[in-house]
Design a protein around this ligand. Structure first.
Ligand SMILES: [Mg+2]
Length: 335
């Protein structure tokens, strides 16, 4: 729910500059895709597929890989409006039957689905790493994509398994992030996360390091650090976390989905604004399906379906029309 609500609140501002958002958005934010209602995008779809595949895989990473690959193949058949270029190419490779489907890219695709791996495998550090690796390599082979995805899984796991019952010390967070990957660019990003969190205005520093005048990009080492800083600075306040992400512009839906994974895990369901939760108007990945899937993950209800729903196809056709209308609205002032 933390992922889906962040995705839906951030979606109407995707691709906008912080300057334009400042003129266009009304804070406190409400759902804006439809009047008072929001819909989800690829971020939530992928988080759901990973969750379904993890349950179906029962701890076997090969079974997990197969289950996730089929869901991604079917997902592309349903013509999603927002699909990253690397994800598109890798799913086409999956359809061609290539076993090494991933392409060399450090886009944020794997990071949008790894929060759920951290939550579901919160008590098994080895399994977490293996499953994040499998999920990442299926679409993105650049080690920076893996580092970003692993960082989100590790933070969410520590919140869910109780290692971090409250806001962790900055040193603790930085130590966890540092250990994730020796990649030089990742290490530089961690140094900057540390510097931003210590700065007098952390979100401004985050914007300077990872955002810029066009907003936060879809590069994993922009998206993930920005989401981490927003979660940390606004720890315990889901709404403030998401609003800080939206103000920064750029890939707002994905950054909000990733920050929302961590903030949602920190505050739990009651901490996510009720009107944001009830305003989700989607199908088949509806608010009630998310809640049901949560029950299945917690083994409270084994009857909840894990099947891919081809209702996504008509839904995506409708979604496309709504997104096009939004595109037209954006041509109008205020600029
Ligand atoms: Mg998206």
């Amino acid at each position: 729910m933390g992922i889906a609500v962040g995705d839906a609140i951030g979606l109407p501002y995707e691709g906008m500059s912080p300057r334009r958002i400042h003129r266009l958005a009304k804070f406190p934010l409400q759902h804006g895709l439809l009047p008072g209602r929001g819909m989800v995008s690829d971020d939530t779809d992928h988080a759901i597929f990973v969750s379904q595949a993890l349950i179906a895989g029962k701890g076997d990473v090969n079974q997990f890989r197969r289950a996730l690959a089929w869901r991604l193949r079917f997902w592309l058949l349903c013509l999603p409006a927002g699909v990253g270029f690397a994800t598109l190419r890798s799913i086409m490779r999956l359809w061609l039957g290539l076993s090494n489907s991933g392409v060399y890219s450090a886009g944020n695709g794997p990071c949008m689905r790894s929060g759920m791996i951290g939550a579901i495998l919160a008590h098994d550090v080895q399994a977490r790493r293996v499953h994040v690796q499998a999920s990442t390599m299926m679409t993105h082979t650049d080690p920076k994509a893996f580092a970003g995805a692993m960082a989100i899984a590790e933070v969410v796991a520590r919140i869910v398994n109780g290692q971090w019952p409250g806001k962790p010390q900055l040193d603790e967070l930085i130590a966890v992030l540092t250990d994730i990957s020796p990649d030089a660019d990742w290490q530089l990003a961690v140094t900057r996360i540390n510097a931003a969190c210590k700065a007098p205005d952390s979100m401004l520093a985050a914007q300077q390091y990872f955002g810029g005048q066009h907003g936060v990009s879809g590069y994993a080492l922009h998206t993930v650090p920005f989401a981490l800083i927003a979660w940390y600075q606004h720890y315990g306040d889901y709404r403030a976390t998401i609003e800080a992400v939206v103000r920064a512009g750029g890939d707002t839906d994905t950054v909000a989905a990733i920050a929302g994974a961590m903030a949602g895990a920190s505050v739990g369901l009651p901490g996510i604004p009720a009107e944001w939760r009830s305003g989700l108007a989607d199908c088949p990945h509806s608010g009630s399906y998310l809640t049901a899937l949560g029950r299945r993950i917690c083994k409270h209800d084994e009857t909840v379906s894990l099947r891919f729903s081809f209702l996504l196809f008509p839904r995506n056709m409708l979604f496309l029309v709504i997104v096009l209308l939004h595109g037209l609205r954006r041509l109008l002032p205020p600029y």
